[in-house]
Design a protein around this ligand. Structure first.
Ligand code: CA
Length: 231
C-alpha cells in the first residue's frame, strides 16, 4: 500500500516538484496550501507523514505543528519541517514543538525523499513489532501501541520523545553520551546536534519528573551525558 504524504507548502512550484518526486518514488502525496481549514483537511487525508513548510499564509508551520501535536489522530504522525531559515534557534523551536526532522531550503528532491523513507521505515518498523510491554519502576512501556504510562497515567509524547524514553527505559542504569544517544535514537538524521538531545531530555523531564530541575529518573552525568535511574 502506498504511503500517504501530506505536503503543506504554499509555493505552488515547489509543492509540485515535491509531489512529482514523491509520486515517482511510489508515494501518494497530496498538496495542502496551509490556509484555514488545513488541519481538518489533513485529518481527512490521514497522512502517514507530513511535510510542513514553516512560512505559510495565515498560521505558520510551527503553529500548525502545535495543533497537530495537540491531540487527535495525528499526534504521532512524523512531521518534517521545510524552511528557508536555518539558524539553530528555529531548528530547536521546530523540534521543541514536536517536529521530527528539519530540511533547509534549497534542498535536493533526492534528499527529501531519502528523509521521508527513513522516517517511514522507522514508524513501520515500530508498527510491526510484537506486542510487548516493559515495566520499570512506575513506568509501563507499551511498545506495540507506542505509549508510555507512569503510575497508570499516559505520558503524552511526540514520536521522537517516545523513542528517547523507550531507549532509556530499555537501558536502565547505563550512562550514555549525547553522541551515543543521537546514534541510537536519531539514527541517520544528520541534522541533529548534541544540543538536540538536551532539548528532548528537558522535554521528557517536564513530562515525567515531579521537579524537572531536580530529576529523579533522568539524571545528568556531568561532563558526559545522561543516565536513566531505576529507583
Ligand atoms: Ca512558504
Amino acid at each position: 500500500m502506498s504511503r500517504r504524504i501530506a505536503v503543506v507548502e504554499d509555493e505552488a512550484e515547489l509543492a509540485t516538484l515535491i509531489e512529482y518526486n514523491l509520486t515517482r518514488s511510489g508515494f501518494q502525496p497530496k498538496i495542502f496550501g496551509g490556509e484555514d481549514g488545513t488541519i481538518a483537511a489533513l485529518e481527512k487525508f490521514q497522512p502517514d507523514l507530513i511535510i510542513l513548510d514553516v512560512m505559510l499564509p495565515g498560521h505558520d508551520g510551527f503553529e500548525l505543528c502545535r495543533r497537530i501535536r495537540a491531540g487527535g489522530q495525528m499526534t504521532r504522525v512524523p512531521v518534517v519541517f521545510l524552511t528557508a531559515r536555518s539558524d539553530e534557534v528555529d531548528r530547536v523551536l521546530g523540534l521543541e514543538i514536536g517536529g521530527d526532522d528539519y530540511i533547509t531550503k534549497p534542498f535536493s528532491p533526492r534528499e527529501l525523499v531519502a528523509r521521508v523513507k527513513a522516517h517511514l521505515r522507522r514508524s513501520e518498523g515500530e508498527a510491526v513489532q510484537e506486542s510487548s510491554e516493559i515495566r520499570l519502576g512506575p513506568f509501563r512501556l507499551d511498545q506495540a501501541a507506542r505509549r508510555v504510562y507512569q503510575n497508570g497515567n499516559e505520558v503524552e509524547l511526540t514520536s521522537t520523545e517516545f523513542k528517547l524514553l523507550e531507549f532509556f527505559i530499555t537501558h536502565p542504569g547505563h550512562a550514555f553520551s549525547r553522541e551515543q544517544l543521537l546514534r541510537h535514537v536519531w539514527g541517520e538524521q544528520h541534522f541533529v546536534t548534541p544540543r538536540t538531545v538536551d532539548v528532548h531530555v528537558r522535554r521528557l523531564r517536564e513530562q515525567i519528573e515531579v521537579k524537572p530541575d531536580e530529576p529523579v529518573f533522568l539524571a545528568t552525568v556531568r561532563g558526559f551525558g545522561y543516565r536513566f535511574e531505576t529507583a
